[in-house]
Design a protein around this ligand. Structure first.
Ligand SMILES: [Zn+2]
Length: 817
């Protein structure tokens, strides 16, 4: 590549937010005194692979765990038999970023159960992927852009099959990167963060320190001031967690997926480099995430715009982003934190994410997926068949395929950790003795776990048995959520029939003894239905309650509740019960009981009243398998918070408009849009309130946008109030508005007594000389915004390939009296 080509390429890459360029004057070449290493084109000599661990305990690997669980096994089979192929045929082989994740998933599936046909097919996929990569591995600049997921896939596939081809290419890529980048070589700040994870995976499987040190170099480069930022995140470097050196970061900010994909390697590096600065930063960020920015389901990333974290306590349910990829990241990140600290608080979070925010990302069939995972639906949201940015499906597929790795962990000091309760068998070497652990359980449907401990011969080791935080008063670490009502009966543990005192340290009961074949630990985790409330600072959850049982968060969905869910009221003293329904949604434990629901007494918004209702709540992960309709995780505690579709005010016969935005049901969903919001009488929290609905319009230049109320009979009016929406991105406050009334089939402006204003966070009111009319019209002139080619622009928050003019405004409420 000539230097001009290279500059152009780098500028293009920078414009995509992939890298940052040094300021003018600083050479882009391989600066410094370090001699460039000989290009090891075609390297095929792999060091003898050895697995090295940077943590004091390790996951018991997949090849030593067999899952026989009635909860997970059906999910794994749908994943294997449907999802994998479903995704593979939809990706072009060139999409290394995504195909690699599927190759990784296939590796786990082959470890779970050998299958020559699957392996042959994946070999073909790998060949295509490698062919598409070929030209990209000849120099460091190209190699550095190869997805880190490719490096992860390479190690996973090698471990599963012993086939070296993909690993050789991965090592070649990593070696190229190592030649070109590092201290006193080139630098690179990626938009996506996966490379560091991939390099550390290579280190773990080769023991070659260069790889994790390179990951640390790339992490260290973030936030430095020596470089000029271009492209997507130049205006807001928090978006790629590039706003400060990573060791100085204390809050979870920016893009939620990129964030977790940075926090995972930061956790690794903290241990590998024995860096307190890294570990302290990760601890601070984790606390910020869990104490202030995590949904009850374990989902993160509350803001749709740039898919990012919100402020502390900013957790709107309807517009929640909660990207499935971020749930994947949360599972892995919390697992690494457990490996580091051997503290079950991380497993508590991991389990919550796994059973709720992650698993909801795919339907039971295995062929529909969620990108964003709201906790509330007005009935216009469902999983997609496929979308243009399909990053999430492969992450669900690789997580479900690898769930066996999150159940057990063991360490060199003869200790084994039982973290998840999954009907399974594991083989662990403890005190130089092979020990078989066998769990019999119906978890999460009930909390009885029989753990059979079978050492080959009597030997001493320690079993750490997790006692989940939810069995006591802890919903999640911190005080973001709280259980209300009585503390349930504590768990019991018996060893060979004898009670074991419930002494819980760091979330575990420690059983240190000489174990004999036939030893049996019986764990009973009572699972009453628990009511959960959120911290009062979470505006959208105020006066609302959620239901949890065991690790599962529940929701009310329309098919089980007379076609609605948002009208349900669950009083604090509701007596809720639970039962297993084998024929519902492949067999689930439901929560049911007498509660209330609101109804209308007549055709008016203001005369709702509560009537008895028989609630059926289902696990959140299983919603949206029966078509579109209402869903609520957070249900009203009192009738005032319950909701029914609004009717137009009594005197209005019809509401008309020149046209709203085209509404998407899936993918980048904007389910907030609805014309009914303008007359529903609900006052928003502020102009940027996305916790409820609004009505947006995008009129072309020269065409004013309008809404009309048609009256049932001639009506006298003398004032109008408007409440404008501002999403702080592409939807702006209007430039101006005016009121017209209909007289003899023509529209006439009203004679105002005060000027029109556009108020922020409150109603804009105008009074005018009274008129008696059959219809009133609100006419709006939007602002016109210009976006340039290359900008992130409307409507999809993607890079624009042409200059555009954009006119968009939103109305939350319009009242005429
Ligand atoms: Zn995604």
């Amino acid at each position: 590549m000539s230097s001009i080509d290279r500059r152009r390429f780098l500028q293009a890459a920078a414009a995509m937010g992939l890298i940052t360029l040094p300021p003018a004057g600083r050479t882009l070449g391989y600066a410094g005194t370090k001699k460039r290493l000989v290009n090891t084109n075609g390297v095929s000599v792999i060091p003898t692979l050895q697995t090295v661990e940077n943590y004091s305990v390790q996951a018991v690997p997949l090849d030593q765990v067999t899952i026989t669980d009635s909860f997970w096994r059906p999910r794994m089979e749908a994943n294997r038999n449907v999802s994998l192929d479903y995704c593979l045929v939809r990706f072009e082989s060139g999409s290394v970023f995504n195909v690699a994740k599927l190759v990784e998933a296939a590796a786990y599936m082959l470890t779970d159960r050998a299958d020559q046909q699957l392996e042959t097919s994946i070999d073909g996929t790998i060949n295509e992927m490698l062919a598409s990569l070929d030209s990209r591995l000849e120099n460091p600049d190209q190699a550095v852009r190869v997805s880190g997921h490719f490096l992860e896939a390479a190690t996973a596939y090698y471990k599963a099959t012993g086939k070296r081809q993909i690993l050789e290419v991965a090592l070649k890529a990593a070696d190229q990167i190592d030649q070109g980048y590092g201290p006193e070589k080139d630098t690179y700040i990626s938009g996506h963060q996966g490379l560091k994870m991939g390099l550390i995976a290579l280190y773990r499987n080769t023991g070659d320190d260069r790889y994790w040190k390179l990951a640390k170099f790339f992490a260290d480069e973030r936030g430095k001031e020596d470089y000029e930022r271009l492209g997507e995140y130049a205006r807001d470097r928090t978006m790629a967690q590039d706003h400060a050196p990573v060791i100085d970061q204390t809050e979870a900010v920016g893009h939620c997926v990129r964030a977790t994909f940075l926090y995972i390697p930061m956790t690794d590096i903290g241990t590998l480099a024995q860096s307190d600065a890294y570990s302290d930063a990760v601890d601070a960020i984790w606390q910020d995430t869990i104490h202030y920015k995590t949904y009850l389901t374990g989902g993160i990333g509350s803001i749709r715009f740039h898919e990012q974290f919100g402020e502390a306590y900013e957790l709107p349910n309807l517009s929640a982003w909660n990207e499935t990829c971020a749930a994947y990241g949360m599972v892995v990140w919390n697992h690494r934190l457990f490996l580091r600290d051997k503290d079950a608080k991380y497993i508590d979070v991991m389990e919550r994410v796994l059973y709720n925010a992650l698993l909801v990302g795919v339907n039971l069939q295995g062929d529909r997926f969620f990108y964003q995972n709201p906790l509330k639906s007005f009935g216009d949201y469902e999983r997609f068949e496929w979308i243009n940015v399909p990053c999430c499906p492969p992450n669900v597929v690789r997580m479900v395929a690898s769930v066996g790795e999150y159940i057990y962990a063991s360490g060199p000091s003869n200790e084994v950790y039982v973290n998840l309760f999954v009907d399974s068998t594991a083989q662990v070497t403890l005190n130089e003795t092979t020990v078989t652990l066998r769990q019999d359980t119906r978890y999460p449907w009930d909390g009885q776990v029989a753990l059979h401990v079978e050492p080959e011969s009597a030997t001493r080791f320690t079993v750490h048995l997790r006692i989940p935080g939810w069995t006591g008063d802890t919903v999640m670490p911190g005080d973001l959520y709280q259980f209300i009502g009585d503390t349930p009966t504590p768990p019991t543990v018996r060893l060979n029939g004898d009670p074991v005192p419930l002494i819980v340290e760091h979330g575990y009961i420690r059983l240190d003894r000489t174990w004999n074949a036939g030893d049996l630990i019986e764990l009973d985790l009572p699972m009453p239905v628990r009511q959960v409330v959120a911290h009062p600072n979470v505006e959208d959850d105020r006066d609302r309650v959620a239901l949890q049982r065991g690790p599962l968060v529940y929701c009310a969905e329309w098919p089980d509740n007379g076609g609605r869910a948002l009208n349900i009221v669950v009083p604090d003293d509701a007596e809720l019960d639970t039962e297993f329904r084998p024929n519902l949604l492949e067999g689930i434990q439901v929560i049911s009981g007498p509660v209330q629901a609101i109804e209308r007494r007549d055709n008016s918004n203001s005369t709702t009243h509560a009537v008895p209702h028989q609630l059926t709540a289902i696990p959140y992960y299983v919603w949206a398998n029966r078509g579109m309709g209402e869903m609520a995780v957070w249900m009203a505690r009192t009738p005032t918070q319950a909701w029914l579709p609004p009717l137009p005010p009594k005197q209005i016969s019809e509401v008309r408009t020149s046209g709203g935005v085209q509404k998407g049901w899936t993918g980048y969903n904007d389910q907030n849009d609805d014309l009914a919001s303008v007359y529903d009488g609900r006052e928003p929290l502020n102009s940027a309130d996305q916790s409820h609905r609004f009505f947006r319009m995008r009129p072309p230049v020269g065409q004013p946008a309008w809404l009309e109320y048609v009256f049932k009979q001639p009506t006298e009016i003398s004032s109008a109030e408007t409440y404008w929406f501002d999403d702080k991105r592409f939807c702006k406050f209007p430039s101006s508005w005016r009121i017209l009334y209909r007289h003899e089939d023509r529209w006439h402006p009203v004679a105002t007594r005060d000027p029109y204003t556009v108020a922020h966070d409150t109603f804009s009111t105008v009074t005018f000389d009274p008129v008696t009319t059959t219809a009133v019209r609100l006419e709006v002139e939007p602002q016109t915004e210009s976006y340039k080619v290359g900008d992130i622009g409307p409507p999809g928050a993607l890079f624009l390939d042409e200059d555009i003019e954009w006119r968009e405004f939103g109305l939350i409420e319009w009242r005429v009296t």
